[in-house]
Write a protein that binds this ligand. Structure first.
Ligand code: GLA
Length: 696
């Protein structure tokens, strides 16, 4: 329940959501100033918190340093700027003047303007469950250069110490979780690649160094943006720590003016006192309730042809895979790269979205119909933002790609990036996508993006910098339009695996391709990092072949399944060549997945033991009366006796039935002592345990 009140006498707003209170005030100069973010507080108590960071007689500082709600550059504000503007006459310092406020349905808007120049600033605060969404809107009557426009600055309470949690990675090694002390000064996380990137993900969590999976205060900030971004932690010797974040690219200036407002993406903030586990569950609940377009749906078991065929796509080959997939219980068949133009490898054809008639003599329709006839939905791979120089599209429109005059056009994966900020390019993409989806009976798109920006110019355009934001916005608009016009269409976001996973893309897609690395052991770590913020309901995970295509590791089929079953299960191997034993096991495990799927996709995640090389990794989902436990042991050492797994989130007063063994367990015992995981002996042992609360 969201309550927003205005304490007029103190010029203070107090927002109380599901599990936290947030408060801000206007200082004597009208600067929006932070008051409180954390445990719920009565309004009367909030006013006791209105303190300065430093005494007024410290002549080298702003007494309110680190307390700016959107730390604007100007005056004596030396903190990391979250808003930097330059007016037409060269003046840079912003001076806030409060104009008004408005509260509608848990959404607070604070209206400001500059004291002299024609710039209007609106600060938005919207409570959504346990999360507070914040963003900034700028408008101007004459041109203003905006050098930096963060969505929000978040001030944390002063702690003894601070620790950061975040993820890093690279292609095929995304979302590796790190926790480390926050350095003094500024620490910047971000992407300069024009996409979210594999290398960092736009969220951080902060605690005082003592939080655990089950206990302690944790603050989280996540950005809903799929282009370049930046999150900066600033820690000062006063003990103050802020996190400021938004979209943007170094040196890129937004030009705000008549008819050209600037709205930043949403930055979402979360507070919990229940440790990292509760933080993740609160993020997942937020994504399910407020971000994903069809959260109540269960995602189907999919088959994807990429690892089986590479670019060697043929109608007969796809039909054979589809028949096998249907027999295994697959519900959505996705044909990957290689079906169009001269795309027989990564060297040519990207951009030429006509079906390859040598490979599909009668077009796509016979295959789509065959897949539908097998009772599956049909999905197809597209990469709309890209072009191979060796393509008819590029030969016709060499100026459609991001480029600078007199500069080379750097190719990555032998392709260039189309400038979606150009209305003609966006219109072209809409035309062929709309036609493809509408005329061929396509139920699902895997929307890929296989390289970052480079030489990001737009020759001839007066304001080239705007492409950094507008490319992303155009992709969003196209996704939104396709969804609106084709309500049955579902979309998977992909960027060479997990290069575009964020709250922005999840607002308009149904799932994400987590990583091109499908090695089950690596996936345990990737999924562990992914799940810190994003839910299993959107985490696409395939079972592929031995040896693994990225790591060359061989892992038993059951273990591979058990890892992928902790998300949205898919199959990605060459199933036409799987031996009979594997097909039998796969059929059984797909059926088991369908049974546990509501618990995995809609349940609450408890990480019982994080991924470890030596020992057991375990996680648990709880949904209503049902519980699913996944346990994995990579390597058995020294004949070690099995340790029970202490479960979480159960009702101690009830008993839980294991339908596979017929044994019932006391909830209190499972919580206090645990469940013996019953893992088979040897290396690569894994098990799925189902439990059901017994009605009394
Ligand atoms: C990217 C994707 C893969 C596959 C290939 C096709 O790498 O992540 O899953 O679709 O492109 O070229």
């Amino acid at each position: 329940m969201a309550v927003i009140s205005f304490l007029e006498e103190h010029r203070t707003w107090v927002l109380t959501g599901e599990s936290c209170t947030y408060a801000l005030r206007l200082d004597e100069d009208d600067v929006p100033t932070h008051v409180h973010w954390g445990p719920p507080l009565p309004e009367a108590d909030v006013v006791e918190l209105m303190e300065s960071t430093l005494p007024w007689w410290d002549g080298f500082n702003d007494p309110n340093e680190g307390l700016g709600e959107l730390a604007a550059d100007g005056g004596t504000r030396y903190w990391t700027p979250a808003l930097q503007v330059r007016f037409a006459d060269g003046t840079r310092a912003l001076e806030w003047r409060y104009a008004d406020h408005d509260v509608t349905d848990g959404h607070l808007r604070l209206f400001f303007e500059d004291r002299h120049y024609p710039l209007r600033i609106t600060l938005h605060y919207r409570l959504r469950g346990a999360v507070l969404e914040r963003w900034t809107e700028l408008g101007a009557d004459t041109d203003v250069e905006v050098v930096r426009a963060d969505s929000a600055t978040w001030a944390l309470p002063v702690f003894e110490d601070y620790r950061l949690s975040h993820v890093t990675g690279r292609w095929a090694a995304e979302t590796q979780l790190h926790r480390s002390p926050v350095p003094h000064g500024e620490t910047v996380f971000g992407s300069r690649r024009g996409i979210t990137s594999h290398h960092a993900n736009p969220w951080v969590m902060v605690d005082d160094g003592t939080a655990t999976e089950g206990h302690g205060e944790v603050y989280g900030i996540a950005l809903a943006w799929s282009g370049s971004w930046r999150l900066t932690t600033t820690r000062s010797s006063t003990g103050r720590l802020t996190v400021s974040g938004g979209f943007g690219q170094d040196g890129v200036v937004h030009r705000v003016g008549p008819g050209r407002p600037l709205t930043t993406p949403v930055a979402a903030g979360l507070y919990t006192d229940g440790g990292f586990g509760a933080a993740s569950r609160a993020w997942h609940a937020y994504v399910l309730a407020h971000v994903l377009p069809h959260p109540d749906e269960l995602r189907p078991v999919l088959y994807n042809s990429w690892e089986a065929t590479g670019f060697d796509v043929t109608e007969a080959g796809q039909r054979a895979l589809a028949e096998r997939a249907a027999a295994l219980g697959v519900e959505l068949f996705v044909m990957d790269d290689g079906w169009f133009g001269a795309r027989t490898g990564d060297h040519a054809g990207l951009g030429d979205w006509q079906v390859n008639r040598e490979r599909f003599p009668d077009g796509l329709k016979p295959l789509v119909d065959a897949v539908h006839g097998l009772g599956m939905r049909f999905g197809i791979w597209v990469e709309p933002e890209m072009v191979n120089p060796d393509s008819d599209l590029h030969r016709a429109h060499p100026d459609w790609v991001l480029h600078h005059p007199h500069r080379r056009r750097s190719e990555l994966r032998r392709q260039l990036v189309l400038n979606f900020a150009r209305p003609d390019v966006a219109a072209w993409a809409h035309e062929w996508l709309d036609r493809l989806v509408g005329s061929q009976g396509i139920d699902f798109l895997k929307w890929d993006m296989n390289r970052p920006f480079s030489e990001a110019g737009w020759p001839g355009e007066r304001d080239q910098d705007r492409l950094w934001v507008e490319h992303t916005r155009a992709v969003y608009a196209l996704l939104d339009r396709l969804r609106a016009d084709h309500p049955g269409l579902r979309i998977e976001a992909c960027a060479g695996g997990g290069g575009r996973i964020d709250l922005g893309v999840l607002t308009r897609t149904d799932q994400v391709w987590t990583s091109d690395n499908t090695d089950a052991l690596d996936r345990l770590r990737i999924q562990h990092g992914y799940g810190q913020v994003y839910p299993a309901r959107a985490m696409s995970a395939w079972v592929t072949d031995n040896p693994n295509f990225v790591t060359a590791r061989s892992v038993p089929l059951e273990f591979r399944f058990h890892v992928a079953m902790a998300g949205v299960l898919g199959l990605g191997g060459d199933i036409v060549h799987w031996p009979e034993d594997d097909l039998t096991l796969a059929r059984e495990l797909v059926a088991l997945y369908k049974d546990i799927r509501p618990v995995v996709q809609h349940g609450a995640l408890y990480r019982l033991r994080p991924p470890v090389d030596d020992g057991v990794t375990a996680l648990q989902y709880v949904h209503g009366d049902r519980v699913v436990v996944f346990a994995y042991r990579q390597a058995a050492h020294f004949n070690a006796p099995e340790r029970p797994l202490r479960l979480a989130g159960l009702d101690p007063a009830h008993r839980y039935l294991d339908p596979d063994s017929g044994v019932t367990h006391s909830g209190a015992v499972l919580l206090a002592r645990g469940l013996p995981p019953g893992l088979p002996t040897g290396d690569f042992a894994s098990r799925v345990v189902r439990l059901e609360r017994v009605k009394i």
